[in-house]
Design a protein around this ligand. Sequence first.
Ligand code: MUC
Ligand code: MG
Length: 382
Amino acid sequence: MANRVKLGSIETLIVDLPTIRPHALAMVTMNAQSIVIVRIRDTDGATGIGEGTTIGGLSYGEESPEGIKLAIDTYIAPLLANHDLAKVGATMADIDRHVSGNRIAKCAVETALLDLMGQRLGLPISDLIGGGRRRETLPVAWTLASGNTERDIAEAEAMLSQCRHRIFKLKIGKRPVDEDVAHVAAIKRAIGDRGSVRVDVNQAWDEAAAERGIAALADAGCELVEQPLPRDLRNATVRLTARAAIPIMADESLHGPAEAFDLAASGGARAFAIKIAQSGGLHAAHDVAMIGAAAGMGLYGGTMLEAGVGTAASAHLFSTLPSLSWGTELFGPLLLTEELLTTSLAYADFELAVPNGPGLGVEIDEDKLQHFRRDRATPKLH
Ligand code: MUC
Ligand code: MG
């Protein structure tokens, strides 16, 4: 029988990485992304890494970078000492018994355990999930969210000419509905058939605004609307989904398998944004995707704008899914001035290559990590 894999040490770091430009969502404009890196070392000296990332502090969801670090350091780390870390499912089930919620923290820890396991077995994480890897590359959307129509059009043109992206997600919901629709229509007109356009409202509309907005967006050539209503407005979302001319995608209303089942059973969406962080880890996200697929949902590989580690973890999971009819949005590292990896993830021909090495198949650049870690001693001015 294989030897028990024992915890040697666990470390968590908050890392603040600047964005290449302000990224304007309905609820927050980001100038930097704060990620939590977790490193789990076993007593043989092997290391697994994971990332826990949210958007805009506490403005997007109920976990913050500081809370993710605290949940891991104070409540999850002590539990790991009792486990054979090779048994990822049993270890995560015990964490679930003792720690409610905190899905992003759990995702970071599960990712690190899977990275460790993959390295010990010499297999990529994609081969440890579901039926294994089904595709080597993933289509990647780009989010236009500079807050300015002309600048967004110029950005889309640059992405098309570099063959980086031809699926464009536009962040709306901050301005009045008519202004947002005019913004989307102008961008779709400029892109024409060279690319597709969809929107993410990030919960900013009420039912009447959504009904009006979605009809006008459909006329303007928009193909999909992500999370138009607040996540708790379930009945209104069911009504809207039944009437909408274009599919409604669930994002913030989708936290793990139980909510996936409710949405599927009630008709609260026609597409699912699958997110490893929001689901509570790669296995939970896989379950969300399977429930969605069984219900006939279109699947989309979502992001919390993770840096390199979280993006690689998501890519491994998405590569195993039976279909990804809406592609993915794994562009997080491209929005950051630094992605923290020794070798960058490879984007070419509108797709991201799923890393091939054991575990996540990526390594952290230690110098960058030390430079950008939040708790780095700042030199005294006097
Ligand atoms: C979200 O709400 O989907 C994904 C892309 C982006 O620009 O923001 C994220 C979050
Ligand atoms: Mg979204």
